[in-house]
Design a protein around this ligand. Structure first.
Ligand SMILES: [Zn+2]
Length: 344
């Protein structure tokens, strides 16, 4: 969402991946069905709830309140995104997968197991792959389904369900490593395969790298990841708050959601070089995802710091995902114009 001029509020897929008119409990009257998001937004007020509230659930209202993106300040326009890739860009391979979904038959497992026992790697690595091929890795997803865990979420990134493929490939803790060792032109394919496909294709790839055959590098990297963060458990470290340098202010923010997505809150504190309190906040966001709650926390923290004139600011967040987003400049809510920004 940019300025909301093109997005049709009720009939486009823009909020939490839903078309609103299909999830509303009541029929939407003809005269408002064709309105754009911009037409249902009042500058300085927010969503025009007199036209929206009668038709949407309380949940949807909470989801709406977490979205403040009808942006007429920076002048960004609405953008169309392709729903079959994570970055919204169209690719032929994702379109092919979309069209042929459910048509793929079960892969030939004997080929996969042959490739596992043939890979040049220590025996314990091959045994681990054999377990993988049999889908015997205990994940939070599996624990949850067996009613022995209370969350399906990955506890590292808290952004996605912890499936086997998530742990080994897609988690933010791992994808960065793959992005470095897998050649760029192969990323699209590498990051879009199903688990068994992914194992097979990489285990039979004997092309040489500077560390030996790709299949060996792949197998060892997967096993290292598992050794580091899987069943062994995680290292616990005691950490403490350290004051910033004199003349600087430190901002600590945190956000959390009860469920993902779920009701979300965020809070933060500003302290100076002597540890003295300079300001803070706690707020209800509405309904959104856990990473989004972290981002809202950071956003409000920065707003307050700016209002108070703290220009030398050190920021601490507890989510590596937020840091990653900041670094790669994808943080949409932070692409604001400091000169025109007003904190409500
Ligand atoms: Zn993760």
């Amino acid at each position: 969402m940019g300025d909301g001029q093109k997005i049709l509020f009720w009939t486009d897929k823009w909020l939490m991946g839903n078309v609103l008119s299909t999830v509303t409990p009541t029929e939407i009257p003809e005269d408002i069905l064709g309105l754009t998001a911009g037409e249902l937004w009042i500058d300085g007020v927010g969503w025009d709830l007199t036209k929206i509230a009668p038709y949407v659930s309380a949940n949807t209202q909470l989801e709406l309140s977490a979205v403040v993106v009808v942006d007429r300040v920076t002048g960004r326009t609405d953008k169309m995104a392709w729903g079959e890739t994570s970055d919204g860009r169209f690719t032929v391979s994702s379109a092919y997968r979309f069209l042929s979904r459910d048509l793929f038959s079960r892969p030939d497992m004997s080929k996969l197991f042959r490739s596992i026992w043939r890979v040049v790697a220590p025996e314990r690595v091959r045994v681990f792959f054999w377990l993988l091929g049999n889908n015997r890795i205990m994940t939070n997803q599996e624990r949850f389904h067996r009613h022995i865990g209370d969350t399906e979420l990955c506890q590292i990134c808290k952004a996605d369900i912890e499936s086997t493929l998530h742990i080994l490939r897609d988690c933010s803790a791992m994808s960065g490593i793959w992005e470095r060792v897998v050649p760029r032109e192969k990323h699209q394919v590498f990051f879009n395969m199903s688990l068994l496909e992914w194992l097979f294709v990489n285990l039979v790839d004997s092309s040489m790298t500077e560390f030996g055959p790709w299949s060996t590098l792949f197998a060892v990297a997967v096993k290292c990841k598992e050794d580091g963060e899987g069943a062994v458990g995680r290292e616990e470290r005691l950490i403490s708050w350290l004051p910033p340098l004199i003349g600087w202010t430190k901002l600590n923010t945190d956000g959390a959601s009860h469920g993902n997505p779920g009701l979300a809150t965020a809070g933060g504190a500003l302290r100076d070089g002597e540890g003295k309190w300079c300001g803070g906040f706690a707020l209800n966001i509405g309904r959104c995802t856990a990473p989004m709650a972290e981002l809202w926390g950071l956003y409000y923290g920065l707003c307050i710091a700016w209002e108070k004139g703290f220009t030398r600011l050190e920021v601490e967040v507890d989510s590596s995902l937020v840091v990653v987003n900041m670094c790669i400049g994808r943080l949409i809510v932070l692409q604001m114009d400091w000169q025109t920004m007003h904190f409500p």
